[in-house]
Design a protein around this ligand. Structure first.
Ligand code: PLP
Length: 374
C-alpha cells in the first residue's frame, strides 16, 4: 500500500473543463466569469446574501477585520487553540489578540471565558470553528448583542458545518473561508469573505482591489491591498462546489467508521455535541495520555500513514506569547492527532489505518465496524 497522506484534494468533476475554458479564452487573471459565478454559488450554498473571493484564507480574515474598522487600540478576543492565521491577522491590523481557553468536549472557544475577557477596549470576538465542529453560536451571538461587540467567524475549517441547521459564517458581522489545498473545498490557494452589512461587503470589495474609485480611473481614496483571486482559482472553486455534497457525505462516513473502530481505545474521537453538523474537516483522535501520542505517530508513520498533531496554543508562540495558563486547550493540544480524512480515502486504506491504530494499542480488530461503510 502506498503512503496515505493526511489530506489530498479531489480534482474531479468539471475542474479540468472549467480551467481549460479560462486558458482557451485567455481569462486567467482576476477578471472573468468564474469569479462572480463562484461567489454567487458559494453565497447560495451557505445561505448568505453575498460573498467576495480573495487570494487565501489568511488575507480573508485580515480583509474582514480591516473592513469592520478594527485597528490600533482595539482588543479582539480569540481562542488560543487555533491555527496561527486567526491571531496574526488581528496583529496585522494593529489590534491586540486577547486569548481565551476552549471547551474540552467540543474543542471550541468557551463562551463563559469570552464574557470574562471583555474590557472597555474589546471591539470584536473572533470565533474559529475548529476542525469542522461549530462553536456555541447561541451563547456567542447573545454575548455580542448584549455587549455591543462585533463578531467575526473564521470558517476556514468549517465548510459544511452547521449550528442548528444554519451554516456557520452566517451568524457574524463578517466571516471568512479558506480554499487551501487541504481544505474541504479547494482552489489551491484561495479564500472567501462574507459580511452581513452591505456597506462592509462593499468595503471588502474596494479594499481587496487597491481601493480604486469606481468613478475615476487610477484614483485610490483609501490605503488598500491586492487580495484578489484569479479566474482560474474561481473556476476550480465552482467545480469543487458542485462536488461538495459528495465530499461531505464521504467525510462523514469516514468519521463514523473511525468512531466505530476506535470504540474501547484509551482515546476518543471528536464527536459532535448537540444539534450540530460536524463537517469533519479533520478526523481527530484525542488520546487519554499525552505520552502515547508520539509513539503512536511513529507507529503509524512506519505503516505509511501520515498524521498531524493538534495545533500548539497560539499564546505560546514567541511573537504573541503571554504568561497565561489556559489548561483545557493546553491539555488538548498535546493529546490530539488528526488522521487522514479526505474523501478519496478507500475502504481498504481506512481499514489499514484503523487496524494499525488498534494494533498499537494491542486491541483485537473490531469486526462490527465493517457495516458502517456498507
Ligand atoms: C487554513 C486556515 C486559515 C488560513 O487559510 P490559508 O488559506 O491557508 O491562508 C485560517 N484559519 C484557520 C483556522 C485555518 O485552518
Amino acid at each position: 500500500m502506498s503512503r496515505i497522506p493526511v489530506y489530498e484534494p479531489q480534482l474531479g468533476g468539471n475542474v479540468s473543463a472549467y480551467v481549460n475554458e479560462c486558458l482557451s479564452t485567455g481569462w486567467i487573471s482576476s477578471r472573468g466569469q468564474f469569479i462572480s459565478k463562484f461567489e454567487d454559488a458559494f453565497a447560495h450554498y451557505v445561505g448568505a446574501e453575498a460573498a467576495t473571493t480573495v487570494s487565501n484564507g489568511t488575507v480573508a480574515i485580515h480583509l474582514a477585520l480591516e473592513a469592520l474598522g478594527i485597528g490600533p487600540g482595539d482588543e479582539v478576543i480569540v481562542p488560543s487553540f487555533t491555527y496561527i492565521a486567526s491571531v496574526n491577522t488581528i496583529l496585522q491590523t494593529g489590534a491586540r489578540p486577547v486569548f481565551v481557553d476552549s471547551l474540552d468536549a467540543t474543542l471550541q472557544v468557551d463562551p463563559v471565558l469570552i464574557e470574562a475577557a471583555i474590557t472597555p477596549r474589546t471591539k470584536a470576538i473572533m470565533v474559529v470553528h475548529l476542525y469542522g465542529h461549530p462553536c456555541d453560536m447561541d451563547a456567542i451571538v447573545e454575548i455580542c448583542h448584549r455587549r455591543g461587540l462585533l463578531l467575526v467567524e473564521d470558517c476556514a475549517e468549517a465548510f459544511g458545518t452547521r449550528w442548528k441547521g444554519q451554516h456557520v459564517g452566517t451568524f457574524g458581522d463578517a466571516a471568512t473561508f479558506s480554499f487551501f489545498g487541504n481544505k474541504t473545498i479547494t482552489t489551491g490557494e484561495g479564500g472567501m469573505v462574507l459580511a452581513r452589512d452591505h456597506g462592509v461587503m462593499e468595503k471588502c470589495r474596494r479594499l481587496k482591489s487597491q481601493g480604486v474609485s469606481p468613478m475615476r480611473e487610477y484614483w485610490h481614496d483609501m490605503m488598500a491591498f491586492n487580495y484578489r483571486m484569479t479566474n482560474i482559482q474561481a473556476a476550480i472553486g465552482l467545480a469543487q462546489l458542485e462536488l461538495a455534497e459528495d465530499f461531505l457525505q464521504r467525510k462523514s462516513k469516514i468519521a463514523q467508521y473511525y468512531a466505530a473502530r476506535f470504540n474501547g481505545l484509551p482515546a476518543r474521537t471528536h464527536a459532535p455535541v448537540g444539534d450540530v453538523t460536524h463537517s469533519y474537516w479533520m478526523c481527530s483522535l484525542i488520546l487519554d495520555q499525552a505520552e502515547v501520542r508520539d509513539p503512536l505517530r511513529s507507529h503509524l508513520n512506519e505503516r505509511k500513514i501520515e498524521t498531524r498533531p493538534f495545533f500548539p496554543m497560539a499564546h505560546r508562540m514567541p511573537h504573541c506569547r503571554t504568561d497565561q495558563v489556559l489548561p483545557i486547550g493546553e491539555n488538548l493540544s498535546v493529546r490530539g492527532i488528526n488522521l487522514p480524512s479526505y474523501p478519496g480515502l478507500t475502504d481498504e486504506q481506512l481499514n489499514h489505518i484503523c487496524g494499525s491504530v488498534c494494533e498499537f494499542f494491542n486491541l483485537p480488530q473490531l469486526e462490527r465496524a465493517e457495516q458502517v461503510l456498507a
